[in-house]
Design a protein around this ligand. Structure first.
Ligand SMILES: Nc1ncnc2c1ncn2[C@@H]1O[C@H](COP(=O)(O)OP(=O)(O)O)[C@@H](O)[C@H]1O
Ligand SMILES: [Mg+2]
Length: 261
């Protein structure tokens, strides 16, 4: 018998007014792999991540994580169960240092609002030596050790993505959801982010990644699922899935997105 998937999505649907963003999506994300979720612009990828992490409510369907139903739970409770995420655009306070942003992430994950976390920042800083140690270790694993005292605003686009990943790792998550981790990142750093993710996966972290960069997907993901207009149209190994005719057609129908070929 196959092991229980780490994340199980069943028949999830969501409309925004007249727009059907998700139209009955079912998906199993097993443990131990890097799982890619791709699809043309507007196909529902971010909405699905938002539903999984409790930022948007589903109209119907179920989501289970690590064997527990999580649909309808507030986002901070889902995060505490071990499901951590990054956002499409960086939300780091730009005038705080890399280390301060890491400590802020730790404070946030304890369920405080961002505002409360900032207000209590000095006290938090005094209290959390363990977090400081942990943050240093994580920054080293994502190749940001030299940037500890740099202002977040001075990092390159790719380094900001690495910082978001590092922040997501602060809570020791069982599954990390990354929304476009290499969008707008230069090719050298794209490769670096890919190999950081691969080594984290080898070290036991699990990933669900939404991304448009197909060479990154091929190089980084063990398995990939394709959304098109709110429906899952393909799933399997990246090279095989990206060569399927219906997948190519879905991308060709929306020429703004990067096509798989
Ligand atoms: N908060 C919202 N209000 C209205 N429409 C939305 C909202 N969020 C997403 N949509 C619509 O739902 C569809 C899917 O969007 P999204 O999940 O962001 O797609 P993707 O991440 O694949 O580009 C799009 O048509 C988008 O315009
Ligand atoms: Mg999106």
């Amino acid at each position: 018998m196959a092991a229980e998937p780490l994340l199980q999505v069943r028949d999830v649907a969501r409309r925004f007014g007249g727009i059907v963003a998700l139209d009955g999506v079912s998906l199993d994300v097993p443990a131990g792999i890097v799982f890619g979720l791709i699809g043309p612009n507007g196909s529902g990828k971010t909405t699905l991540l938002n539903i999984i992490t409790g930022f948007v409510r589903a109209d119907r369907g179920t989501v289970s994580f690590d064997g527990r139903p999580i649909r309808g739970l507030p986002s901070y409770r889902i995060a505490r169960l071990g499901l951590s995420r990054t956002f499409q655009s960086s939300r780091c306070p730009q005038r705080m240092t890399v280390m301060e942003n890491m400590l802020l992430a730790a404070a946030n994950q304890s369920g405080e609002s961002l505002g409360a976390a900032i207000l209590q920042f000095r006290r938090v800083r005094a209290e959390e030596r363990a977090n400081l140690e942990r943050a240093r270790e994580i920054l080293a694993t994502v190749n940001l050790a030299a940037k500890v005292d740099e202002l977040a605003g001075n990092l390159s686009g790719g380094q900001k993505k690495l910082l978001s990943l590092a922040q997501a790792l602060m809570s020791e998550p069982k599954l990390i959801l990354l929304d476009e981790p290499v969008a707008g990142v230069n090719p050298i750093l794209v490769q670096e982010i890919g190999s950081v993710i691969r080594s984290l996966c080898d070290a036991g972290r699990n990933f669900l990644i939404v991304e448009h960069n197909m060479s990154f997907i091929r190089a980084t993901c063990d398995r990939v699922a394709v959304l098109d207009t709110g429906r899952l149209i393909a799933e399997g190994e990246p090279d095989e899935v990206l060569a399927r005719e219906n997948v190519l057609r879905a991308y060709l129908a929306r020429p703004t997105a990067e096509a798989p070929a």
